[in-house]
Write a protein that binds this ligand. Structure first.
Ligand code: ZN
Length: 350
């Protein structure tokens, strides 16, 4: 009985010797000194001993408790020190390990195409102008000579908003009126505008939101020759010196005369293929001489000045450049898909 406490200390010492980490020492502490621990049990048992033995046994086991605590604390400190040292060694900065580089972003394919066209016109002295995407019906339709019975004014073709008289702009052409008004009669007016436009279309080649680029020139004596010259400069700049352009008569309410512009098909070089439906030509934009009503609505007198305007779809151009057959993929924020376009920096070829 008297040797119990000696054996206890010896056994505890053996257990602490074999412990290999601080967690095991915590478990040992629990086994011996926890609420249901061996030494705790012995101390509680003192109360049940005959009166003459209590004092002696109480002192003995209390001494065991104090010694056990100091042995455990010492083992714990030793193992914690070893663990910390080991961890510090592992964490030492290794300059030879290759770093983790953050993925580099890139411009969206549509932004690249837009900037390319923008660049051509800024070099020709045009100024960039912006207009609101929620536009008044007056700027979007009336001012541009679009009559009430025009299909674009139908609920089926345009997005109208809850505010009466307002619409999500169906084209960038309202910026022509805003640009002329801002110029307040000064000459020349030479602006380009681009941005989002909205129509109720949704199929592989049409999305409800797409991007347009618009140009307007107003000055004294502007003629069709100026329009053709500017467009030729643009197409040659964008598509190469060899490209040929073709003008076809067309109709737009805000230009008179109006023309659609084709360029030689890049796939077949003009001999005719599936892409150009055998014609050798691909349509790229709509253009014309600014309608007198539009000039007047912009604050200019059609008897003294004239102008030309044209607009192209950025998406349509991008589809040609990148040979896409489903435009909608460009809007799904799928980084893996978009990264296929790579960091394209060269000139596009239609
Ligand atoms: Zn072709």
């Amino acid at each position: 009985m008297a040797e119990d406490h000696v054996n206890a200390i010896k056994e505890l010492g053996d257990q602490l010797q074999t412990a290999s980490n601080s967690l095991q020492v915590q478990e040992i502490r629990n086994t011996w000194l926890g609420r249901k621990g061996l030494i705790t049990g012995r101390l509680k048992g003192v109360a049940g001993l005959p009166v003459d033995q209590r004092r002696d046994a109480g002192q003995r086991w209390n001494g065991v408790r104090i010694e056990a605590e100091s042995m455990i604390d010492e083992a714990l400190a030793r193992l914690q020190y070893q663990e910390e040292t080991r961890q510090l060694e592992q964490e030492r900065l290794d300059m030879s390990i290759p770093g983790v580089s953050p993925g580099l972003g890139m411009l969206h394919p549509l932004t690249r195409v837009r900037r390319l066209v923008e660049d051509v016109f800024l070099r020709m002295g045009f100024t960039l102008r912006y207009g609101p995407e929620v536009e008044s019906e007056w700027y979007n339709f009336e001012a541009l000579n679009i009559p009430m019975n025009h299909p674009a004014r139908d609920m089926q073709d345009s997005f109208f908003v809850d505010i009466p008289g307002m619409v999500l702009r169906t084209h960038t052409s309202p910026v022509q009126i805003r640009g002329m008004k801002a110029a307040a009669g000064r000459l020349p007016v030479k602006i380009i505008a681009h941005g989002r436009v909205y129509r109720r279309d949704d199929d592989p080649t049409h999305t409800p939101m797409f991007h347009q680029m618009e140009a307007l020139v107003v000055d004294r004596g502007i003629s069709l020759a100026d329009l053709k010259g500017t467009l030729l400069a643009m197409t040659q700049d964008l598509l190469g010196e060899d490209v040929e352009t073709r003008f076809r008569p067309s109709y737009f309410p805000f230009t008179e005369p109006s023309m659609e512009v084709d360029v030689t098909c890049a796939v077949c070089g003009g001999s005719g293929c599936r892409v150009c439906k055998g014609t050798g030509w691909v349509e790229i934009l709509g253009s014309g001489m600014v309608h007198p009503v539009v000039l007047r609505n912009g604050g200019y007198d059609p008897d003294h000045v004239s102008g030309f305007a044209f607009g192209l779809g950025i998406e349509r151009l991008a589809m040609r450049i990148f040979e896409l057959d489903d435009l909608r993929l460009l809007y799904q924020n799928d980084l893996e898909y978009l990264s296929r376009f790579g960091r394209y920096t060269g000139r596009p070829i239609l």
